[in-house]
Design a protein around this ligand. Structure first.
Ligand code: XBP
Ligand code: MG
Length: 253
């Protein structure tokens, strides 16, 4: 067994949980309604907008493409930030109601990694408050402290697909990329992780299943459970039917 795996770095949206279509999207729409904007991001449009990572960046992109007259608002940056703060408020409230569960196999794998003394970390473009609220609402009040590093949101200047958030997390972990694995669900996330030198396991989501995952070490339907095996979309799991620590160690070997 190759024991070089020291840390697993998780993406959040789409990887830990299916947060986008029935989470972030609804929170954006609630904020738009609060601001009296009359905009509605339906599930299909949201899929297109998801190519832009980061909520504030996504709103700006929407303005540029669909409502360019809004770009002449005075204090545009502050206005977008205020709108996004309202969106975060709605999203956090949804999480606190227990509205979004973790994906199949995530809780099990996190517990297995902790038991194996492999560090766990987060690298995400979403807002830090969203991450801690998701963790607390699903894994328990003290669960954010299980993560050695949580890298989120505006902590780095460039969001995924730039490698910045992964490089920042690696630096905070004090580990070289070769001792770590990234778990992602999207092409933007994969590009960010690969550019940081990380072997990457993809679990696809509804929005990302058609994307290009060339370069990924493994592409799975989900992490699976002993009673609910994953489907292998690319790569070799050496006969294993759910993603456990052993599968990750072999990827890292
Ligand atoms: C997630 C994102 C985020 C969320 C919304 O990407 O792009 O912007 O959609 O969160 P990843 P915020 O899974 O690669 O982290 O509105 O807080 O940005
Ligand atoms: Mg993601």
């Amino acid at each position: 067994m190759d024991n070089s795996l020291r840390a697993v770095i998780f993406d959040v949206d789409g990887t830990l949980a299916d947060t986008e279509r029935d989470g972030h999207r609804l929170a954006f729409n609630a904020a738009f309604a609060e601001f009296g904007l009359g905009w509605d991001w339906d599930a299909e449009l949201y899929g297109e907008l998801l190519t832009i990572t980061g909520g504030k960046e996504r709103i700006r992109h929407y303005l540029e493409k669909y409502v360019p007259d809004e770009l002449s608002r005075s204090g545009l940056d502050d206005w977008i930030a205020g709108l996004h703060q309202a969106k975060t408020r709605y999203f956090v409230a949804l999480l606190e109601r227990g509205g979004i569960p973790l994906r199949l196999g995530v809780t099990r794998l996190i517990h297995e990694l902790r038991a194996a003394n492999i560090k766990i970390a987060i690298a995400t473009t979403t807002t830090a408050e969203n991450v801690t609220t998701l963790l607390k609402s699903t894994l328990g009040e003290d669960s954010p402290s299980w993560f050695d590093v949580i890298g989120a949101g505006d902590i780095v200047p460039k969001k995924k697909p730039a490698p910045d958030i992964y490089l920042w997390v690696l630096q905070q972990l004090g580990l070289p990329a070769r001792h770590c694995i990234a778990l992602e669900d999207s092409e933007n996330g994969l590009r960010a992780a690969l550019a940081a030198g990380l072997d990457t396991l993809i679990t696809v989501s509804d929005y990302t299943c058609g994307q290009n995952f060339s370069g990924a070490a493994l592409v799975l339907s989900d992490l699976g459970e002993p009673t609910q095996p994953f489907t292998v979309l690319a790569g070799n799991t050496h006969g294993r039917i759910w993603a456990d620590v052993e599968v990750l160690i072999r990827l890292n070997g």
